[in-house]
Ligand binder design. Sequence first.
Ligand SMILES: [Zn+2]
Length: 60
Amino acid sequence: MAKVPEAMARLFGRKWVCRRCKTVIKGDSGKIRAGEIHCPKCGQRHFRPKSKEKRILKGK
Ligand SMILES: [Zn+2]
């Protein structure tokens, strides 16, 4: 079974931020994790959930 339930993907809203150039993209979490989605600007495959970033800012 998957470590992260699909509910987590719903909470994150399927929006992702490129770790290099911070471009916001939309994509299924499964595809992001599988490395099927590339950043349209810099072409790398590392993303983080956008809403997670918001939580960090709120925590401050
Ligand atoms: Zn990028």
